[in-house]
Design a protein around this ligand. Structure first.
Ligand code: SF4
Length: 111
């Protein structure tokens, strides 16, 4: 039987170190769940740019004259929650946390 030479050993150790640094499926799932559990911050630049409010009654009517009080995330096609879910991800703000079912932003599009 031949012994692995120094170069082979080094390559193996580099491979093991690299593999250990890769995210596991569990850590990727945890990250996705954390993003979903996190709530979209109204002050987030992307949210602020679209005038996101977690309460549709707080939308600036002067700035967003197209807004109607009956419009909210729960009735928007981009809301990813099931019926009755209070918070859910929105496809307009991927990875930024969930929006409230009674929220609103200027990207609103009725289902
Ligand atoms: Fe709510 Fe729709 Fe705006 Fe997303 S796109 S924040 S679901 S109104």
């Amino acid at each position: 039987m031949t012994q692995p030479n120094e170069s082979t050993r080094r390559r193996f150790l580099k491979f093991v170190a690299g593999a250990a640094a890769l995210p596991t499926a569990a850590s990727l799932l945890r990250s996705a769940m954390a993003a979903e559990a996190k709530q979209l911050d109204e002050a987030d630049p992307a949210a602020a740019a679209l005038g996101y409010k977690m309460d549709t009654t707080q939308v600036d009517a002067a700035k967003y004259p197209q807004h109607q009080p009956t419009q909210d995330c729960g009735g928007c096609r981009y809301y990813q929650g099931k019926a009755g879910s209070e918070w859910a991800p929105c496809t307009i703000f991927p990875g930024k946390g969930s929006v409230h079912t009674k929220g609103w932003c200027a990207a609103y599009a009725a289902k």
